[in-house]
Ligand binder design. Structure first.
Ligand code: NAI
Ligand code: MG
Length: 333
């Protein structure tokens, strides 16, 4: 039995986590869950959105499945998601987006894997007022050679291991000449070690357009933190929305798996959310834990269920609730 820390999360988190846990149990996953609190749930219960006990449990067990955590806009809170990624140096954020069977995807044959640098850039947390009247704000985008090489190397290693043909590096080095210029320079150097993989670089605004015009041309994509955040939501939109894209946050010895989406307060508590994104994340976790056979079984069941629109949740045009959809996946196992 593998111990995994479970953070059910805020908003739709508890609903989608419950559905995913049932499916994993039915599929025979060998996991011993250790539940921990973070986010608004922890703030309300313990007065701290990231309690020490949660950090200790993660340090002990090293693998986390996490529901979305709410970060109130304009509040004094730092994002707990960003804090967790930085605390455990989860430098590699891997976000696959693939067209699935069924009619929900606006684009056919998309199959890209986005690597987002996960610890720095504009998420470094270096912000300050430049004057006392608070009329000038400074937000620093820290980019280091070390972190750039780590994420770009991870993208190329993934491409080689999974027989992918091309890596696209996304930047804004025409304007952000030092920071994203350094990122691009690291890419140009590392690409030389992978001669069998095609390498290209694109400026981020052009990338956004190309992803909508011709998303099939992208294979592995690697970029800095904020660009990766935005482009991964865009990629989710290409294949049917945020209900369908999972992600892995990987560092040295630690890993945290979560959906790309947030806590969806607009539909929370209504048994309406699509648990597939968290389910895909949990399958990436099973693969990481050496239980790929279980992940593959769940993957096959999802494809069967999603192929019928009537089986789907409301975001995909169906009428199933979160729990009904979960039962349908279990029946298909
Ligand atoms: P969101 O991703 O929560 O929702 C965007 C839209 O997608 C909403 O209309 C929502 O209903 C829909 N949606 C998202 N997930 C869905 C699912 N599984 N099934 C069906 N529909 C789904 O983004 P939003 O509203 O900007 O952020 C809400 C909160 O989530 C914020 O506090 C934000 O900070 C937090 N957040 C947390 C993340 C994390 O924990 N990693 C990531 C992104 C946002
Ligand atoms: Mg995001």
């Amino acid at each position: 039995m593998q111990k995994v820390v479970l953070i059910p999360g805020d908003g739709i988190g508890p609903e989608i986590s419950a559905a995913v846990l049932k499916i994993l149990a039915a599929a025979g996953a060998q996991i011993d869950w250790v539940e921990a609190e973070a986010g608004m749930a922890a703030y309300e219960a313990q007065g701290n959105p990231l309690p020490q006990n949660t950090l200790d449990l993660i340090r002990e067990h090293k693998v986390v499945l996490k529901g979305p955590l709410t970060t109130p806009v304009g509040s004094g809170f730092r994002s707990i998601n960003v804090s967790l990624r930085q605390e455990f140096n989860l430098f590699s954020n891997i976000r696959p987006a693939r067209t699935l069977p069924g009619n929900h995807a606006p684009f056919k044959d998309v199959d890209l894997v986005l690597f987002r640098e996960n610890t720095q850039g504009l998420y470094s947390g270096i912000e300050r007022w430049a004057d006392e009247e608070q009329t000038r704000a400074e937000s620093i985008a820290l980019i280091t050679k070390e972190a750039s090489e780590a994420i770009i190397g991870a993208a190329f290693d993934y491409a080689r291991k999974h027989n992918r043909k091309k890596v696209t590096l996304v930047h804004k080095a025409n304007i952000l000449k030092l920071g994203t210029g350094l990122f691009l320079k690291c890419g140009n150097t590392i690409a030389k070690d992978y001669p069998e993989i095609e390498f290209e670089d694109l400026i981020v605004d052009n990338m956004a357009m190309q992803m909508v015009m011709n998303p099939q041309r992208f294979d592995v994509v690697v970029t800095t933190n904020l660009f990766g955040d935005i482009l991964s939501d865009l990629a989710s939109g290409l294949v049917g929305g945020l209900g369908l894209t999972g992600s892995a946050n990987i560092g040295e010895g630690f890993a945290m798996f979560e959906a790309v989406h947030g806590s969806a307060p607009d539909i929370a508590g209504q048994n309406k959310a699509n648990p597939t994104a968290l389910l895909f994340s949990s399958m990436m976790m099973l693969d990481y834990l050496g239980q790929k056979d279980v992940a593959d079984r769940i993957g096959a069941a999802i494809l069967k269920v999603l192929a019928e629109k009537s089986n789907c949740t409301a975001d995909l045009g169906g009428c199933r609730s979160t729990s009904e959809y979960g039962e349908a996946v279990i029946a298909a196992l």
